[in-house]
Design a protein around this ligand. Structure first.
Ligand code: NAP
Length: 282
């Protein structure tokens, strides 16, 4: 249920997102520094996608990883749904590898479900694996029904992750999707773990229940949000930052452990759902 690097080493419990990074040349140096600070502090999983800046985020990752031991990193990219069929996925994957300056991806995800049959995508992913271009494949934004369909296609059980939106203010997956994935031994990569710095849920970071815990530990509200996710086994948050100081804080959150009482207080302020709700998507 855990991610392991090609060298057989551990993957940090928190990874690094890259959406919106690499899009502004004036910010590139700071963003590269942020990623490098994060890697040095143990956030060796980096998540990107061909969609992000139409390749610009992958290029930023490619430059940021120079000088790091490739086999000790865990690089994740995603293929657009319309590129996830036999005619285009192999070219898409090669383009991602070239932009990221690497010869393999640790994990390649179907970004969301589109028109290509899942069986065809799985078949291609398995071919990429056999060719050594990827070490594992997974999906993103697949809810319960799609996940069940995937697991039933030939090879579908090979799915190594589902990346979905998950943060303290959006706990819909806890009702059915999370238990299903846990039962299958499929880890969850939690995207938008900081609710995009609160943009997706006004008042989340400033909520008194969050701030009380932050104050007690001498940490930031963002770190409380990450600690909340770390308390769930099999969940790996991938916060994104363009600032080294925030990357350091995010990495430091890997050491945090909230008490039962603190987790209960967060439950009261942001209750888990008691019925199935549609998957939240960004
Ligand atoms: P996010 O990580 O929830 O939030 C990013 C925001 O939080 C940025 O504004 C960042 O600003 C701020 N931030 C980061 N660390 C902070 C800290 N320690 N203290 C205060 N603010 C902090 O949002 P996201 O980028 O949308 O999601 C994370 C990653 O998930 C993405 O980058 C992407 O890799 C992935 N994702 C995947 C999908 C999908 O469909 N599969 C969808 C969305 C996202 P600063 O730069 O100023 O720090």
């Amino acid at each position: 249920m855990e991610f392991v690097t090609a060298a057989g080493g551990a993957v940090g419990r928190i990874g690094q997102g890259t959406w919106y990074l690499g899009e502004h040349p004036a910010k590139a140096e700071a963003e590269r520094n942020a990623l490098r600070t994060g890697m040095e502090a143990g956030m060796n999983l980096i998540d990107t996608a061909e969609m992000y800046g139409e390749g610009a985020a992958e290029e930023l990752v490619g430059s940021a990883i120079q000088g790091f031991e490739r086999q000790e990193l865990y690089l994740v990219s995603k293929v657009y749904p319309f590129n996830a069929g036999r005619e285009r996925i192999f070219v898409s994957c090669e383009n991602s590898l070239r932009r990221m300056r690497t010869d393999y991806l640790d994990l390649y995800l179907l970004h969301w479900r589109g028109g290509v049959p899942l069986a065809e995508t799985v078949e291609c992913m398995e071919e990429l694996k056999a060719k050594g271009r990827i070490r594992a494949w997974g999906v993103s934004n697949l809810d319960v029904a799609d996940m069940q369909e995937l697991l039933a296609v030939p090879g579908g059980q090979g799915c190594a992750a589902n990346q979905v939106l998950y943060h303290l203010g959006s706990r819909g997956i806890e009702f059915r999707l999370l238990p299903l994935l846990a039962k299958q031994g499929i880890p969850v990569m939690a995207y938008c773990p900081l609710a995009q710095a609160g943009k997706l849920r006004r008042g989340l970071l400033a909520h008194s229940a969050v701030q009380k815990i932050a104050f007690a530990h001498g940490i930031s509200s963002a770190q409380v949000l990450l600690a909340f996710l770390l308390a769930r086994p099999g969940v790996l948050p991938i916060p994104r930052t363009g600032r080294a100081v925030h990357a350091g804080e995010n990495a430091a959150a890997m050491q945090l452990q909230l008490s039962e009482a603190e987790l209960a207080a967060l439950d009261r302020a942001f209750p888990a759902p008691t019925r199935k709700v549609p998957l939240d998507i960004q």
